[in-house]
Design a protein around this ligand. Structure first.
Ligand code: GLC
Length: 772
């Protein structure tokens, strides 16, 4: 670490946390202590070797990957080891305004693009836009409704920059309101300002998108591995108001042979919106949740932070005894606002004891068999004020001392999600918690799944959902999703189908809609839509092993499940600019239909060979093709080299997955897949109860080699047989397993090469001679 020369009253330092991660900090010496970081965790990075130098008024700190240099007037640059500049700020552009607010301006170069920023509406590339990081409850947030919308429920002041195909990242850890102007008022300047606190930047050198995201995930934490049921189809609405209705919906799913893993109870399950209570509509909640469980369906309940101000309400009483609520600026009286239950107080989740108390209160729901918690209104939303939240001077009593609400506003929802998760863990210590949240800050992925709030049942909103989930995925939040079908207003049958088809490939897959809107269950739009919905849901369940393996990679490596094309094709300007397609893992490309009445759509296939997932048709990439899109078709393509497990469809993850797994293989120059299994529900994978192996593909001349690496972990694989389906290969190709020739694997009339391979833990070598 070196201290940098600054004007009087400012302290500045630069530190290399890893060879490719620099941290630049500037603070006013007289300023109050900023709140503790809720974003950062201590990564196990080795201290890098550094060389510090001061020459001619310039201070430099170098690692093997890059050099940070700062001149006496505060201009600075970060360059990589090849001298390529990734960030720079000119003289006097990094410091504090006259009123002590931290601010900095970075230079943007021609063709630089900026991504991430957490939850945002509008195009994937954020250059030219403005973002205010200030968590806020906003109804119907599509650009068509709110063209100038700058704030949303989640604030993640992290951006990924792409300069000539080279990626770098910047994270400003400051939970007060931040305002970013990313080349909007000046095309070549990226201006960042916060209301209070310090400048505390993490600068990630990349050079790949993957490397930036991995470092960011190591620093802010990866998402924990979710229970397998989190990846199933979930059905919600505001509200299924009675037990009878919930049971009827569950019955309907089963009667109609439609997959579903969870039903949600929105605010009407409570007694007059008193949190943790159960109203008269649910006279036997425990027996209802048991009944649903027998049908393979879990029950998730909403919890909102605001506690009804009612001296006879036990949760309120216990909160009062614990002095749990956010105070007025005087520090003596509790602040009273207004949410669903009327006058209410707001638990001060910034206080660890309050988080523990809140977690204990969850017991009331968990004892009735509630499987997961859905945190809403936790920006926090407050109907009592025009700014829709708590007063900026309301007082939080945090571990690091009192903090005005303005300084910690963006941490409130995150702290609530943390309380929910920790509470679940303390009640069910061996079960993976399931928490969904609307609000969050950087690091939210450690505590909860993020869903994108109140969308509208409108095509604009479906279109917007694609870049929105991709930018969240590029901001350390791999487990995200939006209300399928849209929340506000009524979905048309066509919109519903197209939304479902898109969302089937997104991590969190939940249908939800608003009070007073038409029914939005898969059968609510008539038999044609129901049949397509059934196929779509079945496909989702066939994809579960893929989604689960990718979730494990997200949990261990910080790799997003869904990715914009630029993630793997950073040098391809068409891929970088693509807003309407995405990748699930490395090999599956999805081009959802985002327009009404669309008989065909154009699909850009980046520079690789691709196969149509449905028909097997081969396409050479590096160009756009036209895909026909009748209502029952989702254009999906697989990269040559792709390896993709497909399970038999099930109606719930609770049903046994079967002992044979089909592994589809599309021969190509190279490919790899990380196979991962465990019990899907407990935390024993953390102590080694898992089964994983790397499966790789390599083509040499006319031979395709498929290699199953030796299995690791103590979990016994459930798979007894792999059924390997090799595409675009003669069914008469010669097969060798561990060197020994296998006789005619497929029947002569077969169109595809299919190989039955008994599974075992030691390495397996398969070669296919005489490919395409
Ligand atoms: C908020 C949520 C929505 C929920 C409603 C009632 O608008 O975003 O999902 O249904 O509150 O709880």
């Amino acid at each position: 670490m070196i201290v940098l020369p600054t004007p009087a009253g400012i302290h500045a330092e630069i530190e290399a946390l890893a060879p490719d991660v620099f941290r630049l900090r500037l603070g006013l010496i007289e300023a109050p202590e900023p709140p503790e970081s809720a974003a950062l965790i201590e990564p196990n990075w080795e201290i890098p070797e550094t060389a510090a130098q001061r020459k001619g008024g310039r201070s430099c700190l170098a690692t093997e990957c890059g050099v940070f240099s700062w001149d006496r007037r505060g201009a600075w640059q970060l360059s990589d080891a090849q001298g390529f500049e990734v960030f720079s700020s000119s003289i006097g552009a990094t410091g504090f305004s006259a009123n002590g607010a931290p601010e900095l301006t970075l230079d943007l170069i021609e063709h630089e693009s900026l991504f991430g920023l957490g939850e945002v509406t509008g195009p994937l590339n954020r250059r030219g836009s403005v973002r205010d990081f200030w968590n806020i409850d906003v109804l119907g947030h599509a650009p068509a409704i709110h063209p100038a919308l700058a704030s949303l429920y989640v604030s993640i002041p992290f951006a990924l920059s792409l300069r000539h195909g080279r990626a770098a990242g910047l994270f400003w850890d400051n939970s007060s309101r931040q305002h970013w102007d990313l080349g909007s008022s000046h095309p070549d300047k990226w201006r960042l300002r916060a209301d209070s606190g310090d400048i505390d930047l993490h600068l990630f050198l990349g050079p790949t998108v993957e490397a930036v995201l991995q470092r960011y995930a190591q620093r802010t934490g990866t998402m924990p591995l979710p229970p397998e049921w989190a990846l199933g189809y979930h059905q919600s609405r505001y509200s299924y108001e009675t037990q009878a209705r919930v049971e009827a919906v569950a019955r309907e799913f089963r009667r109609r042979d439609l997959p579903c893993d969870a039903l949600y109870l929105d605010i009407h399950h409570m007694d007059a919106y008193r949190v943790f209570t159960v109203g008269s509509g649910f006279p036997q909640l425990a027996s209802m949740t048991r009944k649903l469980r027998r049908q393979g369906i879990r029950t998730v309940a909403i919890t909102d932070p605001a506690v009804k101000d009612d001296p006879d309400f036990p949760v309120f009483q216990r909160g009062m005894q614990r002095e749990a609520f956010v105070r007025e600026a005087d520090g003596k009286t509790d602040y009273q606002g207004q949410v669903w239950p009327g006058i209410a107080r707001f638990p001060d989740f910034l206080k660890p004891e309050v988080r523990t108390w809140w977690g204990e209160e969850q017991r009331a729901l968990l004892e009735q068999g509630i499987a997961g918690i859905w945190n809403d209104m936790n920006e926090p939303a407050n109907f009592a004020r025009p700014d829709k939240t708590l007063p900026p001077d309301a007082l939080h009593r945090t571990d690091s001392g009192p903090q005005p609400h303005a300084a910690v506003h963006n941490l409130y929802g995150q702290a609530m999600a943390q309380a929910s998760r920790e509470g679940l863990l303390s009640h069910r210590p061996d079960e993976r918690p399931f928490v969904v949240t609307r609000a969050g800050y950087a690091g939210i992925q450690r505590h909860a799944i993020v869903w994108t709030g109140d969308t509208s049942s409108h095509w604009d909103h479906l279109r917007d959902a694609v870049p929105m989930l991709l930018n969240l995925s590029l901001s350390g939040v791999p487990f995200c999703g939006g209300d399928v079908g849209g929340f506000l207003g009524n979905a048309t049958p066509e919109l519903f189908v197209r939304w479902l088809q898109f969302a089937a490939f997104t991590p969190f897959f939940r249908n939800h809609s608003n009070l007073g809107t038409r029914d939005q269950e898969p059968w609510a739009f008539g038999p044609e839509v129901e049949a397509i919905a059934r196929e779509t849901l079945r496909l989702r369940y066939q994809l579960l092993p893929l989604l689960y393996c990718l979730s494990q990679r997200a949990a261990s490596e910080g790799e997003p499940l869904i990715r914009p094309l630029l993630y793997h094709y950073t040098n391809d300007p068409v891929a970088v600019a693509c807003n309407s397609q995405f990748l699930l893992g490395r090999d599956l490309l999805i081009a959802p239909v985002l327009e009404p009445g669309c008989p065909a759509r154009s699909v850009y296939l980046p520079n690789d060979v691709w196969y149509d997932f449905g028909t097997g048709e081969r396409h050479v990439g590096g160009k756009s093709i036209l895909a026909e899109t009748p209502l029952n078709r989702i254009p999906v393509y697989v990269r040559a080299g792709g390896i993709l497990p497909l399970a038999p469809a099930r109606n719930s993850t609770q049903e046994p997955p079967g002992e044979t797994l089909t592994l589809h293989v599309w021969p190509g120059p190279e490919g790899a897949f990380h196979w991962y299994e465990d019990d899907g529900i407990t935390l024993q994978h953390e102590s080694g109860l898992f089964h994983q192996r790397r499966i790789t593909l390599r083509r040499q001349g006319k031979t395709t080699h498929l290699h199953f690496g030796p299995a690791e972990g103590t979990f016994a694989s459930r798979i007894r047989n792999w059924k390997i389906v090799v595409w675009d290969t003669s069914p008469n190709a010669r097969i060798r397993i561990d060197g020994a020739l296998r006789k005619s694997p497929s029947s002569p009339e077969a169109e595809l090469l299919v190989i039955d391979l008994p599974n075992r833990d030691s390495a397996i070598d398969l070669s296919i001679v005489g490919g395409a």
